[in-house]
Design a protein around this ligand. Structure first.
Ligand SMILES: Nc1nc(=O)c2c([nH]1)NC[C@@H]1CN(c3ccc(C(=O)N[C@@H](CCC(=O)O)C(=O)O)cc3)C=[N+]21
Length: 300
């Protein structure tokens, strides 16, 4: 059986359209323009690509985009000062500090210095706690995008067996919380999990978020399961020519697609949804900051 392909790229376009609609309404009815500030420390080429892409999409949906580029040797105090300025700037509704940060900077400290209501990444300890207790929060963009695709494909997720492979704070843990919130039976698997293949074989929903290229083979996938591939790994592609690279996920797409009922591709799956959800979170933050109704269809 060939799996249905869950087209994250197309889905992300519909999310951005909804965002653009809300942005237009905010401007027209309330004279408010949502603003997203992205802080990039250092010159990691991949990060620069993502930041550019975020800025471009932010402007395309009609929001204001603010970019703060800082040197790789920026001090913690200087970075905290920039975050403080953004926290106090009423035209900024969302703040994202691009991760990973250079090693001399304390990531937790920086993230927790962002005003929780502007923390559109959903990484602040307050938002983590709110999500874990089922209260209104900012939800991390990648898991939110995965949840939107799963709900769209399945309708209700209630009672499904979900296995999340990976226990990171930015994907695995919040993903598990969201699936639990939708009444899945959730297992978080990781590098020390015993009998990982058998654990994954129980799953109706597999979310792979480990950052290891093509580590999940098709024979771990239950017939008909839904596979969400969060991995974005750049690996050599000698078949495309000398020195060429390609993007692959954390699952072996060809063999998993043979057994899955549905699967997200890489590229064109979770990645585009992550950025779309960042824009969605910024609109949500803007509405909350102004005491306006939550935008429909953009929150968990
Ligand atoms: N504070 C913070 N928040 C983040 O959300 C964050 C971050 N730091 N640091 C880096 C990672 C990475 N990330 C991606 C977003 C979209 C794609 C994406 O759209 N990927 C395309 C392919 C892009 C390509 O060709 O390279 C796709 O999967 O189709 C990828 C990666 C967000 N991140």
């Amino acid at each position: 059986m060939a799996a249905n392909i869950i087209d994250g790229k197309a889905f992300a376009a519909t999310v951005r359209e909804k965002v653009a609609g809300h942005v237009a309404r905010l401007k027209e009815e309330h004279d408010i323009i949502p603003g997203l500030a992205v802080v990039l420390v250092g010159e990691d080429p991949a990060s620069q690509v993502y930041v550019r892409s975020k800025g471009k999409q932010t402007v395309e949906v009609g929001m204001n985009s603010f970019e703060h580029k800082m040197d790789a040797d920026t001090s913690e105090a200087d970075l905290l000062a920039v975050v403080d300025t953004l926290n106090n700037d009423p035209s900024v509704h969302g703040i994202l500090v691009q991760l990973p940060l250079p090693g001399h900077l304390n990531e937790d400290l920086i993230i927790n210095s962002i005003a929780p209501e502007k923390d559109v990444d959903g990484f602040h300890i307050s938002n983590v706690g709110l999500l874990g207790t089922g209260q209104k929060s900012m939800v991390p963009c990648t898991p939110l995008g995965c949840l939107m695709m799963l709900r769209d494909y399945h309708g209700s997720l209630s009672g499904m067996d979900a296995v999340v492979i990976g226990r990171s704070n930015i994907v695995g843990k919040p993903m598990a919380q969201l699936l639990l919130g939708d009444s899945c039976t959730v297992t978080i698997a990781h590098s020390r999990t015993k009998d990982l293949p058998d654990v994954v074989r129980r799953a109706d929903i597999v979310v792979a978020a480990v950052g290891r290229p093509e580590m999940v083979p098709g024979d771990w996938i239950k017939e008909g399961a839904t596979v969400i591939d969060v991995g974005i790994n750049r690996i050599p592609a000698p078949e495309k020519g000398e020195g060429k690279m390609k993007l692959v996920g954390d699952v072996d797409y060809a063999s998993c697609a043979e057994r899955a009922g549905a699967i997200t591709p890489v590229p064109g799956g979770v990645g585009p949804m992550t950025i779309a959800c960042l824009l969605a979170n910024t609109v949500t933050a803007c509405c909350r900051a102004n005491g306006l109704a939550e935008p429909e269809g953009l929150t968990a």
